[in-house]
Design a protein. Structure first.
Length: 256
C-alpha cells in the first residue's frame, strides 16, 4: 500500500485549503448547536414543570430527551454534509486531468483509496471533536451517562466512515462533482430510510431491508448499547465500498 501517507497529506491539505471545508464546518456546527440548545431548553422547561408535577418528574430522562436526540441530529446533518466533503476526492482529479498524473507516481491504487479515505475521515473526526463542548457543558450542568455518550460517538464515527466510503465510490464514478454529491446523497438517503418499509413487505424481505438500513444499526449506539453485529455491519459496509472504489480505479487499465 505504497503512498498512503503521501496521498493522505496531499488530500488533507486540499481539504483545508478549500473554502468548502470551512463552509461545511460552519453549517455543521451551527445546526448541531441549534439542535443541542433546543433539546436542552426543552428539557430545562420540563424540569421546571416537574417541580409541580411528580408524575412528570418520573418521566424526565437526560439520555432520552437530550443526548439521544443530539446524536440523532448530528447523524442527519452528517448525511447532508458528507457528500459535499467526498464529492471532489476523485471527481476533481479526473476533471483536471491530475488523476492520471497521480497514478504515474509510485503510489498503488490501494494507497490512493486509503489515503483519500483517511483524509476525509480525519476531517469528520475534527467536526465531531467540535461537538465535545456540548457534552462538557452537560457535565457541568448535570450528570450525563458517559457510556451512552461514548457509544453515541462510536456509532457516529462508524456511520460517518460508512458515508465516506460510499461517497468516495460515487466520486470515483464521474468527473462531475455535483453528480458525485447527488449520487452519494441519494444512495445514502435510500439506505437511511429503506428500513421504514419493513412493515409494508413480507417478513423475509422486511428483515433484509431492515438489516441493510444504516439507521437501524445506529439506534443501539445512540442508546449506549454496543452490539458486535452493528460494528461488523459498518465495517463490512466500509470494506465493500472501498473495494468497489478500488475496482473502479483498476478498470481504467482495462479501458486502456
Amino acid at each position: 500500500m505504497k503512498g498512503v501517507y503521501t496521498v493522505f497529506r496531499k488530500e488533507l491539505y486540499r481539504l483545508f485549503a478549500s473554502p468548502i471545508f470551512y463552509v461545511v464546518a460552519f453549517i455543521f456546527l451551527t445546526l448541531v448547536g441549534y439542535f443541542f440548545y433546543s433539546s436542552v431548553a426543552y428539557y430545562s422547561l420540563l424540569s421546571f414543570q416537574a417541580g409541580r408535577d411528580p408524575f412528570l418528574s418520573e418521566q424526565l430522562n437526560l439520555a432520552d430527551m437530550v443526548i439521544e436526540p443530539f446524536f440523532g441530529s448530528i447523524s442527519i446533518v452528517l448525511l447532508l454534509m458528507v457528500p459535499i466533503i467526498t464529492m471532489r476526492l476523485f471527481a476533481e482529479e479526473k476533471k483536471t486531468g491530475t488523476a492520471e498524473l497521480l497514478f504515474t507516481y509510485p503510489i498503488s491504487d490501494r494507497g490512493a483509496v486509503l489515503g483519500k479515505f483517511s483524509a476525509a475521515i480525519s476531517v469528520l473526526l475534527l467536526l465531531l471533536v467540535g461537538t465535545l463542548p456540548a457534552m462538557v457543558l452537560l457535565e457541568v450542568l448535570a450528570n450525563p451517562p458517559w457510556p451512552v455518550i461514548l457509544g453515541g460517538y462510536l456509532g457516529l464515527f462508524l456511520m460517518s466512515s460508512s458515508f465516506v466510503s460510499l461517497g468516495l465510490f460515487a466520486s470515483s464514478l464521474t468527473e462531475n462533482q455535483i453528480i458525485a454529491a447527488v449520487t452519494s446523497f441519494g444512495a445514502l438517503l435510500l439506505l437511511w430510510i429503506i428500513g421504514w418499509t419493513e412493515s409494508l413487505v413480507g417478513p423475509t424481505l422486511g428483515s433484509v431491508l431492515k438489516y441493510i438500513s444504516l439507521l437501524t444499526h445506529y439506534d443501539n449506539f445512540a442508546k449506549g448499547i454496543l452490539d458486535s453485529r452493528d460494528v461488523i455491519f459498518y465495517l463490512l459496509f466500509i470494506l465493500l465500498f472501498l473495494f468497489s472504489t478500488l475496482r473502479i480505479l483498476e478498470s481504467r487499465q482495462w479501458r486502456g
